[in-house]
Ligand binder design. Structure first.
Ligand code: AMP
Length: 128
């Protein structure tokens, strides 16, 4: 058995995974409530919001997690950050929490990197 970890994504860059929920949203096969978009990044509302503002920011190409993306395409991660800030500027006064659950034990359920933009209320600090 071959161990699978974040490095596998180094070989998955620029790919689309037909079994991936978020790749299917990018492709328009599953509807998404889009709030912002660039050539390379999509932002859409989380279907199960945890705060008044809860938007997912993803690269349009498949990468499994934030570490893989940062290692392989840092400029794309920077583009995601700019889009996240733009969403927060438009929806919650520019202040927000950006969460990347990384790995199943950390709560990651969709293995296409996504940053949760959370805001619109006083968030406090109780991450675990
Ligand atoms: P995570 O658990 O960090 O992998 O986050 C995955 C997020 O995707 C969860 O917050 C889900 O509510 C959200 N989600 C699942 N399916 C959809 C969908 N079809 N459209 C929008 N958000 C979704």
């Amino acid at each position: 058995m071959v161990a699978r970890g974040w490095r596998e994504g180094l070989y998955a860059r620029d790919m689309t995974d037909t079994d991936c929920l978020f790749c299917r949203i990018v492709a328009g096969e599953i509807p998404g409530d889009t709030v912002a978009e660039t050539d390379t990044v999509l932002a859409f509302r989380d279907v199960s919001p945890k705060a008044p503002v809860h938007v997912l920011v993803i690269p349009k190409t498949h990468s499994p997690n934030v570490a893989t993306l940062a290692a392989s395409q840092p400029a794309l991660l920077a583009e995601m950050a700019a889009v996240a800030q733009g969403v927060a500027d438009a929806e919650c006064g520019g202040e927000f929490r950006w969460i990347f659950n990384t790995g199943a034990t950390a709560g990651q359920s969709v293995f296409h990197v996504h940053g949760h933009v959370i805001g619109g209320q006083d968030l406090g600090w109780s991450p675990a």
